[in-house]
Structures are given as C-alpha cells and as structure tokens.
Design a protein around this ligand. Structure first.
Ligand code: GCW
Length: 649
C-alpha cells in the first residue's frame, strides 16, 4: 500500500466492535465516540462508558481511565482520555487504569504563516491556512478536510490552541475579510478543542484603523483595540487571544511612542479581558547595542515583574539567544516571580538542518524543562516555574513554533512528525521522558498495533538513533557551547567567518565565537559580559568558573585557550576536532542503521528517510570541514592524524 506519511501517528484500522455509552451529547463527544469506534482494539463487543466526575483527582481537561470507563470533568477531557485509551491499546499496554492531568492549561502551536501563503522558517511547503488569490478567503472542501485532519492530530496529543499567523504580523489579519476566514477556520477546529489565537501588529490602529497613532496611552487607540476585541468575539466567542512581538527585529511596539512593554501589553489585556482573552507577550527583544544580546530580554523584562495585568503571560524562548542547537535555559524563567511566564520552543528546525536533518527535539526540550533555575532553591525547574505548580497558578501555557506545511507528509521529513508529536506530549505532561515519547511515536508511526516482531530490528535501533540525534547535531554543528555560527539569513549551513562591519555586530558569527590566536568562545563570566549574574546561585558560580562550567556550555560562557585541558585530557582544539568528527561519523552510523531496516517498513517512507540522511551526512561533512578549517587559522594546529591526514606531509 502506498504510504505517503499523511496519516502521521494515527493508524488505527480494523477495529473490534464496541458499544459506547455517553450520558450526554455534544460535538466533542460525537468525535470521541467515533474515534473509539474506529480504533477500538480492546475486547470485541465490550461496552465503554463516558463518565463525568466532580472529584479533585481530575483537573482541567484531565481524565481517568478505569477499565472500560473514561472519567473526566469536561467533554474535552473525555476526548483526550479516548485518545489515550486508544494509544494504550495500540501500544499493547496491558494496564488500562491510568490517570492524567495536563501540565499546562494552554498548549499552543504558533504558526509563522504569512498571509501570502509563505511560512517564515517553514520547510514543509506553503501555509495550510493562507494563500494568494481571490478565492483565498473562502474555505474549500479540501481546506475543511485538511483542517479536520490537522485538528484531530493536535487533539490526539492534547494541543488545544493555535496561532494562525506569523508573529511578524501583517495588520491585515484584523480586517473583516480575514477575521471571517479565521471564524470559518475556528468553526472547523472547535469540536477538537482547538482555540484560535492571532498574532497582531502593534501598529494596527494606524495601518488598518486609520488612526494617527498607536500610542497605547492614547484613549482613541485603547478604544480601537477594545472595539476590535469586541468585533472578534462577536465572530469567535471562544477566541483565545493575541500573541505579540513588539519592538523586536523591526516590529513596531510601545517603545516607538516612548512607552513600555507593560503599557503595550496591558492595553491589549484590557481590551481582551471582558471576553476572557489573553495576551502572550514575547520576551524575544534585543537591540543593536554594546550589551551582550543574550542579557537583553532579562534586563528589559525583569523590572516589570508584577506590573502586568492578570491575563498577560510572557512568552520566553527556551534559551536567551535564539533556538540554537544548544543553549542554557533563559534566566528569565527563574527571575519573573509575580508574572506568569511560558516557554516557547521551536518545532520547525530553523537552526537544525531544516526538514533535511533527522533531529529529535524532545531531548532538547526535556533538557530545558528539567533545568533547575534554583529560583526557590533546588528543584525549581523551568517546568515548575512555568506550569503553575510553584506559584499555585492555574493560568499556564506553553508554545511551539510549528513545522507544518502543505506537504503531503505535513512536516517535510517523516521524523519531523516526531517533533510535532513530542511537543504535544510534553505540553500535556512535562515530566514525560523523551525515550518513552520516541517509543510511542515509532510504534504508532511505523508498526501495526501491538506488533512485537520488530523490537530488536527496528524499534530499538531507531529509538537509539532518535535519542542521540540532537547531541549528534550539536557535535557536527556547534559543539562545546559554540553558537550562532550559521550562514546569515537562511541559517542552514556554517559560516563562522561571517563578519560584516556594515551590518549589526549581533547579526554576525564572529560576534558569537570571538576566535583569536589565544582561544575561542564568548566570555560571559564576571570578567566578560557577566551574563552569568542573571542566574541564581549555585548556577552563577558554576557557570562563572571555567573549571566547573559544564563542558557543553564551555564556549557559551567562556573564551577558552586552545591549549586548555578538558576533562578527558584533550586540549580544546583537539577536543573540538574530535567532536566535529564524531558528529559526522554518527550521522554515517545513522545511515547504516536506517539501511538495515529496508523491507521492514514501506518502501516510500524508507527511501524518503534514506535520501534525507544522505543530505544530512553530506551537510555534516561540510560543517566539520568548514568549521575546523576556519578555526584552524587561529589555533594554528593540525587536525589529529587519526581524523585527517595532514595535507602537507
Ligand atoms: O529565530 C528568529 C528567526 C526569525 C523570527 C524571530 C522571532 C519570526 O530568525 O525569522 O521571526 O526569531 O522569533 O521573532
């Protein structure tokens, strides 16, 4: 059977008979019943009951599975419970008693989709939501079918919100023609529990509202936003709210009018609060300045802690720079105390080989979520600072920048589907282990229900490959804490040499690696930019000293001499050579692992992944050669003989 990857991880077929008893009817429950009937793998002829409970063991849209009963407080809880039950049946998990409540109340995809149909940092074809042309604002039958599949896939992993347009937002999204399309999309997504949100442009009152200013303290501007919110809610009563990128990378914001992020965010919060909407205000702000770019968001936002309205949440990228293959967690997570903060992860692989490289990002996100900020002493993980447990908050959220496009397999690379899947699963339960997520995904994506024969030949090696893949990418791109030495603009390949006096320093590579005859790395210790001061003790001291700084962050926090001895006895230059080479060799090993699975899965997906791995392997070679040859002019040392025979022998 031809296999184009379109079904994702949802492959229930040939179900057994089941009778579903539901105490009430609703569009959400109708879907739950349908899903159970289509995918039931339990006892033939069984009866399954939906049960609505009031006790405290179930919160929000959580659920409890008890034998042939799904208990929840809400219809959506029943739907999520249904997907979990089917998943457990598919995976052959024998214990059917299981309870789960969501870690975050809002689990949101951010689509960086432009209204002309292009997708910023999108590598899976054009936007599923927007396109050019006269008919673009009407939903076709095909659109509706696609949005249903999209909504279903999201619901199956617990995602309950989606921002339909790019954070670099066109003001046009707030015009009636576009809002009507948003309304039509919302209608399709609603029964699957997906709320829609929009990115808004701060200048909208001027651009589409014809006002003379967008100053958030001017009454006419405030009225404009209030009226706009009212208009939106009259079309979409359960509209989620706004996502805002303000005063960053050329986007307008309150600072254009001498106002602050608080003024801007609170104005929108006031407009949305009568209707229950929220504002997700992004902390991704930095200016060309003498201050280390990675320190700026913290400096800008910490002073406003406690000043935001109750329905504002600050959306923070996992690291203080920009979705690099590895960054330490953003110190803002452990700094804002009176303001809710939410993680923003990037599912689309802007800095991780686009849709060409096999990189399972779950381990990156898990690393961030489990990082200890020490905000209230040991155990104050990023997860605990954001999911509401530390502050006893029920308003919590998490966002992932989507990797979805019009390509038949949704994400370009079959294995990129695993990143969409993992984001949803971690957003639902931020304590899940990446290894278990990978295991679930592999079985649902490639195996038939309860299949046991491919354990040793497929599941185990492929899971190991996924689990290593992020570390491998770090090694062939930017080992030991190197960061942002990407080619400018497209961010695909290496360009450590990139330096251009005519543009902003913080948009060049040399700004980040600082290689010279002495060594390489960005000194963010107390003798440098002192970014370490933004972390709580004992982390501050750990990062600050070269001896105690974890090696994976070495060149992030320190300018390290080429001759500096690492823990394994190698000096920095030699270690760098081995890391780059190991990254490359391990991608080649991935190729061999994948080749060994030929015939175990369908040919289409086998070949598609095989050809992508070829590209990845070539790219890894380019990364290694480019970076080592470039840094060699500073280290003035040979590449170790067992890695590369010297050219001038
Ligand atoms: O990662 C960078 C990207 C920009 C993006 C920006 C942001 C949407 O290179 O393309 O713009 O971050 O997150 O705002």
């Amino acid at each position: 059977k031809a296999e184009d990857g379109h079904q994702l991880w949802l492959r229930h077929t040939a179900a057994k008979q089941v009778k579903v008893v539901s105490p009430r009817k609703s569009p959400v429950l109708t879907i739950a019943v349908q899903e159970i009937k289509n995918g039931w793998l339990g006892k033939d002829g069984a009866e399954l009951k939906f049960d609505f409970v009031k006790d405290g063991s179930v919160t929000d849209d959580g659920f409890r599975l008890e034998g042939n009963k799904i208990a929840a407080k809400t219809d959506l809880g029943i739907l999520y419970g249904s997907y979990e039950l089917l998943r457990r049946q598919y995976l052959g998990k024998s214990d059917q008693n299981y309870a789960s409540n969501p870690s975050y109340s809002r689990r949101i995809l951010n689509h960086w989709d432009n209204l002309d149909g292009s997708v910023e940092r999108g590598y899976a074809g054009a936007s599923i939501f927007w396109r050019q042309g006269d008919s673009s604002l009407q939903l076709s039958e095909a659109d509706i079918a696609l949005y249903k599949e999209y909504a279903r896939a999201n619901a199956s992993i617990g995602i309950n919100g989606t921002v339909l347009n790019n954070v670099n937002a066109s003001a046009k999204i707030l015009t009636i023609a576009y809002l009507q399309k948003v309304q039509a999309i919302a209608t399709v997504l609603r029964p699957y529990g997906l709320k829609v949100y929009l990115s808004v442009n701060f200048s909208s009152p001027v651009t589409v509202g014809k006002l003379k200013t967008a100053d958030p303290l001017v009454p006419a501007v405030r009225h404009w936003w209030a009226a706009k919110a009212k208009e939106i809610y009259s079309l979409i009563p359960d509209f989620g709210g706004f996502l805002v990128k303000a005063n960053s990378e050329g986007q307008p914001g309150p600072q254009n009018f001498g106002r602050t992020h608080v003024d801007g965010a609170n104005m929108m919060a006031d407009a949305l609060s009568p209707f229950g909407g929220i504002v997700m205000w992004r902390a991704f702000v930095y200016q060309p300045s003498n201050e280390d770019r990675t320190k700026q968001a913290y400096n800008e936002f910490l002073k406003f802690d406690g000043k935001f309205k109750k329905n504002v949440i600050i959306q923070i990228k996992n690291g203080p720079l920009d979705f690099q293959p590895r960054e330490p967690f953003s110190p803002l997570f452990g700094a804002m105390i009176k303001t809710p903060v939410m993680p923003e992860f990037q599912i689309t692989q802007e800095y991780l080989g686009w849709s060409n490289h096999l990189v399972f990002l779950s381990t990156l996100w898990e690393e961030c979520l489990q990082s200890d900020t020490y905000r209230n002493g040991k155990g104050s993980t990023v997860a605990a600072c954001t999911d509401g447990t530390m502050d006893k908050r029920t308003f919590s959220a998490i966002a992932g920048v989507s990797n979805i496009g019009l390509e038949r397999n949704w994400t370009g690379h079959i294995f990129a589907q695993a990143n969409w899947y993992a984001f949803g699963r971690l957003a639902w339960d931020n304590k899940l282990k990446s290894e278990d997520i990978a295991d679930e995904w592999i079985r649902q994506t490639f195996l038939s229900p309860t299949e046991k024969k491919m354990e040793r030949t497929f599941v185990k090696p492929i899971k190991e490959m996924m689990m290593q893949s992020r570390e491998v990418a770090v090694d062939y791109m930017m080992p030991l804490g190197l960061h942002h030495i990407f080619a400018e603009g497209h961010h695909y390949g290496p360009a450590p040499w990139f330096s251009n006096k005519a543009i902003r320093a913080d948009w060049t590579s040399v700004y980040y690696h600082n290689a010279d005859l002495l060594g390489v790395g960005f000194n963010r210790s107390s003798t440098g930019s002192n970014a370490v001061e933004q972390y709580h003790e004992p982390l501050r001291s750990t990062f600050n000293s070269l001896e105690s700084c974890p090696e994976e962050y070495l060149l992030w926090f320190h300018h390290v001499p080429w001759t500096y001895k690492l823990k394994n006895g190698n000096d920095l230059w030699t270690a760098l050579c081995y890391r780059y080479d190991s990254g490359l060799q391990r991608v080649r090993a991935f190729q061999r692992i994948w080749d060994s699975t030929k015939g175990l899965i369908d040919d289409e997906r086998f070949r598609s992944v095989q050809s992508k791995l070829k590209i990845q392997s070539r790219d890894a070679q380019v990364w290694k050669d480019a970076c080592l040859l470039y840094f060699q002019q500073f280290s003035k040392r040979e590449i170790p003989y067992d890695l590369e025979r010297p050219i001038y022998e």
